[in-house]
Ligand binder design. Structure first.
Ligand code: BG6
Ligand code: MG
Length: 213
């Protein structure tokens, strides 16, 4: 194996919670009368909850106080967690699980590197609680992607150096974070089209190929 560790983003990589983020923000934005669409939503990938809200409010005609912003973020998070509540292990695709198992059998240590404060709840809903060798998420960082902190912490938790690890991402902000931390990266979705991505992937199972010597 070319890498001793593989660090996976969660939302939009291991599972498709990115659609629930969109639905929850959309409901909140519609309620306050602020225009929001899937294109704007792409800018929120990998970005923290409060920074995501700031991006949505760029379209607002009025100012919101810090207190009001906290309430809006809490409203979105409640809607989001309601949607997460419907997830089951059936929401983890066979392709993802088989590829994770194969990489682990090949000798790689596996970690999560996610900006989300809901990461542990999601892992538990899809039956991956306790599966990863390390989980670095929104609860152990002070700066969100494109800052490399979440991936540097994941590598540290695995006891590995950045150059020994591969980061797997669907967001440009996540690829920028990987580059800033000195990691190679593999990209899905919009991250596969991004020139800074080391290995563009067509599907999750392609990971096996780029991890070979
Ligand atoms: C990232 C998502 O994984 O987590 C972002 O890509 C999201 O869209 C961020 O804003 C924070 O998530 P949460 O669950 O803490 O609101
Ligand atoms: Mg993502």
């Amino acid at each position: 194996m070319k890498y001793k560790g593989i660090i996976f983003d969660l939302d939009g990589v291991v599972c498709f919670t990115d659609q629930y983020h969109y639905q929850a923000w959309k409901k909140m934005a519609d309620r306050i009368g602020v225009y929001f669409d899937e294109k704007i939503n792409n800018r929120l990938r990998g970005v923290s909850r409060m920074e995501s809200l700031e991006i949505i409010l760029e379209r607002s005609t009025r100012e919101y106080s810090e207190e009001e912003k906290k309430e809006l973020a809490a409203e979105k998070n409640e809607l989001y967690r309601e949607l997460l509540g419907s997830m089951t292990p059936a929401d983890l695709s066979g392709e993802v699980k088989e590829t994770l198992d194969r990489l682990r059998e090949g000798g790689a240590k596996l970690a999560i590197g996610s900006s989300s404060k809901n990461a542990k709840m999601i892992l538990s809903r899809i039956g991956l609680e306790g599966y990863f060798d390390a989980v670095s998420d929104g609860t152990n960082i002070s700066r969100s992607k494109p800052d490399p902190e979440v991936f540097l912490k994941a590598a540290e938790f695995l006891g590995l150096e950045p150059e020994e690890c591969l980061v797997v991402e669907d967001a440009k902000a996540g690829i920028d974070a990987a580059c800033a931390g000195g990691f190679d990266s593999a990209g899905l979705g919009e991250a596969a089209q991004y020139e800074r991505t080391t290995y563009p992937l067509n599907s999750f199972s392609d990971l096996w190929v780029c991890c070979q010597e």
